[in-house]
Design a protein around this ligand. Structure first.
Ligand code: ADP
Ligand code: MG
Ligand code: MG
Length: 898
């Protein structure tokens, strides 16, 4: 017996089921399952994905397929009491593609297949409705010609418009049966002109043409690109569903619609959707006429509405998840045409998951796995009031989520000044570390250049501020203190609003709504915490950030960058004085000024993190970042510090570096300027002792940055330990502390065993480790990295998702080497990757102790860590790849076009 290539569904003879998704595709498995559990579906049959594989590989259909299709068609004729190509009750079918995962680029559904001049006349006679018959016919010719024969739909639309104009009517629904009959003839003539062949009249020929087109669409560049980006194998293939037609366009007791079993934007448990009376197929989505809200269906077609409610209940009970349904009502009879798990917003996902636990449908474990960690991001930031009307200036990269309004400022100093008493938005071509003081006080940041990992984007995400980056349409005119976009000129001081979640730049002040952390959210997170093994800390530099992060569930600080404290207010002058000092005595004076300020900072942070570990990184950036630029600034500073300006210029020049990222920074500063390490350690320990005396539990972990050799760490640690001993002796007390290092250079990873001899913990600085492993500067990579990713040279932006193959190998190796020397070595991650769900999965797998990420990503990391632990426990296949955002789909489309 030949292999089985076709599975029947409906009419009590269903052969497939929801378990057969790989073989029947999502749509086919769904139709079979609905039929199985007694939901009304029009009968039909599915040609398996295996046929697609064989056909694409061998260039022909497998033996036995034609016979099996013929037999299934005969069965369908019996079940419907109609005949394919028949003169009395003609059987019409839809031909629908359907792979295991839905993807763009696949063939669009063809409806009403089987119509020709003969069967159209028969359909008119059988239904007693000429208009209906010819409306169906012209739709079929149009769709088939477009999808199978490659004659663009717009040609047909033009003919329809011509006819409407000639008749003086505006709506498609006003076309008469005769108009439609004539349109069919003109459509066919058009097809002949374009293809030099007659439109296929023979239903069998139509059917095989459509089947061929479905299989062919598996290989379109758009579908291929989508699969590559989403890691879906090219070998899966698509199924073909051939489904007997039901007609929503048979009058006012007919219609078609879509429904969700729960509200996909809020998660509320109620039927939600849209419905059109007297319409077919895609009319609802196509927006040709305004559909009714689903509640309107209750009045229009009460019986069918109640059947729909019942079907929705049945399907939700059965699938134990919210469903997205397509349905049609033919003369008062309801049919379902599709069911699938509903797409939903982050907010809805949380509410649905928690309520389904309360309803006893799913376990807390399942609830946790139902919510995509990346989606939580939407919940944690303010958003533009959905009801507000907006004047859009342009749309660019959604670089850091959230929404904010403020007055436009063009330079960081101005921002710092103005931002102290009113909200400002910093608008720059691009930002650099020197702009930091202006960024901190801004409500949001808009840049004209740079990508998702540009300086502005990374810093903004770290601070939980919104940022729109790479706005090429924004034309800056700094000289006149204005910019223009979308034909509007915006001057300094004007209000604008940024939407970092969608990338919108909006004129004026638009109301925003605060995120609301619901009880549902907290319950879900508590469950997640119960499952995860990784701890989650935060990257925070201020007491305020620390408090925010604590509210989001951070279990400590994984990275406190002390240089940010140096930039604040007039501290920068003391820092400059320290750097430019020419004698030890001069330096001691400057250091003495900084000490109390740093001590106060640390006290604030220790208090905020009472009882939790705080990792403090000693000074890291290159010195020149602190120094004055240009003659005016130098003169100014020389006056303030009482130094000779000429001498100062020489000093400043001495610190100039051509490649600062690989220059005099990190522990190299501490080695050559031990006073800095000494001062910072003293500030930390004095702060620790002080707050401990007030009853605060402190656990400082001092982190030496940019270590490349064991010797560097050994020397820096010696200073820290000496200062600690000194402070403890003076105060006659002690504080438990750790000294460890950041692993952010390949050499450190390669010699991690040597380094571990001097380290009490490791923390992978995966941002720098990615830069140094790839030999790639993050700030410059924006120019070509997106192209790399689009062309598939790299699977992902390695600054967003850890490069497991390369950087990950170093992380894994260094962890093993380190723990080989010290079995209980505490190992964490403090790069942006700590808040990226896919990277978190990897960090879990290598057995790290914790990840640390920006405060607003903490819940994302907690949930991702729970997913990692739960997926580790089960041997279930991985969940379907997350749907890509529309913007990404557009990108793929643009790519496929060239
Ligand atoms: P998509 O994946 O684009 O939704 P579908 O195959 O689900 O494609 O169908 C497109 C539209 O045609 C939907 O509105 C669907 O309900 C409708 N449709 C598909 N098959 C039939 C059928 N046999 N009878 C009536 N309508 C159908
Ligand atoms: Mg559909
Ligand atoms: Mg670093």
């Amino acid at each position: 017996m030949a292999d089985r290539y076709v599975y029947f569904f409906g009419a009590g003879e269903t052969e497939g089921s929801k378990e057969m998704k790989d073989l029947l595709g999502g749509k086919g498995a769904g139709l079979a399952e609905m039929a199985r559990i007694g939901v009304p579906v029009p009968p039909g049959f599915t040609i398996t994905t295996e046929v697609c594989r064989l056909y694409l590989r061998g260039g022909r259909y497998p033996d036995g397929l034609r016979e099996q299709v013929a037999a299934s068609l005969a069965r369908l004729e019996r079940a419907t009491n109609k005949t394919f190509g028949g003169d009395e009750a003609p059987l019409l079918v839809s031909v629908r593609s359907g792979a295991a995962f839905s993807m763009p680029g696949m063939m669009d559904t063809i409806l009403n297949l089987g119509l020709n001049d003969r069967t159209a006349a028969a359909l008119a006679a059988a239904s007693g409705d000429d208009r209906f018959a010819f409306d169906s016919y012209r739709r079929f010719v149009q769709m088939y010609a477009d999808v199978v024969l490659g004659v663009h739909a717009e040609h047909f639309e033009r003919l329809i418009e011509d006819t409407k104009r000639a008749r003086g009517i505006s709506e498609d629904t006003d076309l008469s049966a005769d108009d439609l009959r004539e349109l069919v003839a003109r459509f066919k003539a058009l097809v002949r002109d374009h293809t030099r062949a007659d439109f296929p009249e023979e239903p069998q020929e139509q059917l095989w043409g459509a089947i061929h087109a479905v299989f062919g669409s598996w290989d379109t560049p758009r579908a291929r690109a989508y699969r590559r980006i989403n890691g879906i194998s090219d070998d899966l293939g698509t199924a073909v569903n051939i489904c007997s037609m039901v007609f929503g366009n048979m009058g006012s007791d007919s219609g078609t619609g879509v429904a969700f079993t729960r509200d996909p934007s809020t998660g509320e448990r109620r039927l939600y959707g849209e419905f059109l009376v007297n319409a077919q197929g895609e009319d609802v989505v196509a927006g040709i006429r305004d559909p009714l809200h689903i509640d309107g269906m209750e009045q229009a077609l009460p019986n069918s509405f109640h059947e729909l409610v019942e079907a929705a209940r049945l399907l939700e009970d059965h699938y134990r998840d919210a469903q997205d349904l397509e349905f049609t009502v033919e003369r008062g009879r309801l049919y379902l045409l599709q069911t699938r798990n509903a797409k939903r917003t982050g907010r809805a996902a949380v509410r649905m998951a928690v309520e389904m636990v309360d309803e006893g449908r799913i376990t807390p474990e399942e609830a946790v796995l139902r919510v995509d960690p990346g989606q939580l991001d939407q919940l944690l930031h303010p958003m533009i009031d959905p009801g507000a009307s907006v004047h859009l200036l342009t749309t660019a990269l959604p670089a850091s989520p959230g929404a904010a309004s403020g007055r436009v400022v063009f330079n960081p100093d101005e921002a710092a000044e103005r931002g102290a008493h009113e909200p400002v938005i910093l608008v720059r071509r691009e930002t650099s570390p020197e702009d930091f003081h202006g960024m901190v006080v801004s409500q949001g940041i808009l840049t004209c250049r740079g990508g998702m990992t540009s300086h502005a984007a990374v810093v903004a995400r770290g601070m939980g501020k919104c940022c729109v980056a790479g706005a090429g349409d924004v034309l800056m005119d700094e000289a006149r203190r204005q910019f223009s976009a979308g034909g509007t000129t915006v001057k300094e001081g004007d209000w604008i609003t940024l939407d970092g979640t969608t990338g919108r730049v909006i004129l004026g002040k638009v109301p925003t709504v605060e995120p609301e952390l619901t009880d549902d959210f907290h319950r879900l997170m508590e469950w997640a915490d119960g499952f995860r093994r990784l701890r989650v800390r935060t990257n925070a530099d201020t007491p305020n950030d620390s408090e925010v992060a604590r509210r989001f569930g951070a279990e400590g600080i994984g990275l406190c960058r002390t240089e940010h404290m140096f930039f604040e207010g007039d501290r920068i002058d003391a820092v400059r004085e320290m750097i430019l000092a020419e004698t030890g005595a001069q330096r001691a004076i400057a250091v003495a000024k900084l000490l109390p300020m740093q001590r106060a900072d640390f006290e604030g942070i220790f208090r905020a993190m009472d009882g939790l570990p705080v990792t403090i990184r000693l000074l890291d950036p290159p010195l020149h970042e602190f120094l004055p630029h240009g003659p005016a600034e130098i003169k100014d500073l020389a006056r303030k510090l009482g130094m000779d300006p000429v001498r100062m210029r020489e000093q400043v020049e001495r610190h100039h570096e051509s490649n600062p990222m690989l220059g005099h920074r990190g522990c190299r500063l501490g080695i050559t300027f031990p006073d800095i390490t000494w001062m910072q350690a003293q500030a930390i320990f004095e702060a620790a002792v002080n707050v401990q005396a007030q009853g605060v539990t402190v656990c400082p972990e001092i982190m030496i940055p940019l270590v490349g050799t064991a010797e560097e760490l050994k020397r820096q640690r010696k200073i820290v330990d000496e200062v600690a001993a000194e402070v403890f002796y003076q105060c006659d007390t002690r504080v438990d502390y750790l000294v460890g290092t950041m692993i952010e250079l390949p050499r450190a990873a390669l010699t991690a065993d040597r380094i571990a001899e001097h380290a009490q913990f490791f923390s992978f600085g995966t941002n720098d480790l990615t830069q140094t492993t790839f030999g790639l500067s993050r700030d410059d990579a924006g120019r070509f990295l997106p192209e790399y990713v689009a062309a598939g040279v790299l699977p992902d932006d390695p600054f967003q998702t850890l490069d497991v193959e390369g950087v990950g190998k170093l992380v894994d190796m260094a962890t093993r080497l380190g723990r080989g020397v010290k079995a209980d070595l505490k190992v964490g991650v403090c790069g942006e990757h700590g808040g990226d769900p896919r990277s978190v999965e990897f960090f879990h797998a290598v057995g790290l102790n914790y990840v640390s990420c920006s405060p607003y990503r903490v819940p994302v990391a907690r949930l991702a860590a729970a997913h990692a632990a739960l997926n580790d426990r089960t041997t279930e296949p991985r969940a379907a790849p997350a749907p890509v955002a529309d913007a990404e789909v557009q990108e793929i489309e643009a790519m496929a076009a060239d």
